[in-house]
Design a protein around this ligand. Structure first.
Ligand code: NCD
Length: 322
């Protein structure tokens, strides 16, 4: 481990939260502060020795009650790069299978001297429920169709790096908005930051009164994409749909798959984002996923830095008191 480490100095933090449940609870100042912190960690992640002692002595419990590749591995890496002890708790191999309730499981895990709990759960509201039940800070890593705050923060981090600013940008979010916690958390954070948002989907994949998130609504890709600085494509969340939202994947792809010809309508330098996992050929053409406009792997890289910043800020606030 490197000896001389320049992690941000602990001082009065312009960030005070007991839990991180959604971006709705964050002010513009807090989001910007968190993204600035993440820049320091991004730099650490580019070093040969990608490890700092900042969270030495902390115990983080990553509790995943739903499949995950990116979020789970990036929370684990974030904790390890900060020198915390990280336990990965997987629902599939747990006492939940023996009938234990979520509350009892979580209280058991919290009772092991845990300092932070990261939770992903298929039920909307599960993270808020655990935050209410537990003394330990809870970080929401995605709850049902509700919220995914660290994904929105890493998307913002990626956009800010790619385009140099956030306020005033025009961003189109396209796909299964109804079932997307990523879309909700992004729309809320972007409204706070003064990003102009548009959503685009068939009417059956748009939540009722979606305009309340401050976005403009479009049903045709060509209209939604005209003049935008960034396009965020979303996966069709088939595991959350009852079916019948559109006649066939083929028809959906015909109308809503982003192709290179769409990009000609966007602003020059427009970038393409996707939280993953991608269904190539359904929401995103192959060549775009791997093309020069794609920031999809940058999003993955940003995820580690942003989650390091989140863990760091919660440890700074709560760790020393336990
Ligand atoms: C998203 C999720 O799980 O909400 N993915 C992610 O966290 N990287 C989006 C999705 O599953 O489509």
């Amino acid at each position: 481990m490197a000896e001389t480490i320049d992690t941000p100095a602990p001082k009065a933090l312009p960030f005070a939260h007991t839990d991180l449940l959604d971006t709705a609870e964050l002010t513009a100042k807090e989001i910007r502060f968190l993204l600035d912190q993440a820049e320091s960690f991004h730099e650490i992640n580019e070093r040969q020795v990608k490890k700092v002692p900042t969270l030495r002595g902390a115990t983080i419990m990553d509790c995943f009650f739903e499949p995950s590749t990116r979020t789970r591995s990036s929370f684990e890496l974030a904790g390890k790069r900060l020198s915390a002890d990280v336990i990965n708790f997987s629902a599939a191999a747990s006492s939940l299978k023996k009938g234990e309730s979520l509350r009892d499981t979580a209280r058991t895990l919290a009772a092991m001297g845990t300092d932070l709990i990261v939770v992903r759960h298929p039920a909307s509201g599960a993270a808020a429920y655990l935050a209410h039940e537990l003394e330990v800070p809870v970080i929401n890593a995605g709850d049902g169709c509700h919220a995914h705050p660290t994904q929105a923060l890493l998307d913002l981090f990626t956009l800010r790096r790619a385009l140099g600013r956030l306020s005033g940008l025009k961003v189109a979010i396209v796909g299964d908005i109804t079932h997307s916690r990523v879309a909700r958390s992004n729309l809320l954070a972007m409204r706070t930051l003064g990003v102009e948002t548009r959503v685009c989907a068939p009417p059956t994949l748009l939540p009722a009164a979606v305009e309340r998130y401050g976005c403009r609504v479009f049903y045709r890709m060509a209209d939604a994409i005209e003049g935008v600085d960034a396009i965020m494509m979303l996966r069709i969340q088939r595991e959350r749909q009852g079916g019948g939202a559109f006649p066939s994947l083929r028809e959906y792809a015909h109308n809503y798959c982003l192709t290179r010809s769409h990009l000609a309508l966007a602003a020059p330098g427009c970038v393409v984002l996707h939280p993953g996992p991608i269904n190539r050929g359904v929401e995103l053409a192959h060549d775009l996923a791997d093309g020069p406009e794609s920031r999809i792997l940058d999003q993955v890289t940003a995820g580690v830095a942003v989650r390091m910043a989140v863990l760091y800020l919660f440890w700074q606030q709560h760790g020393s008191r336990q």
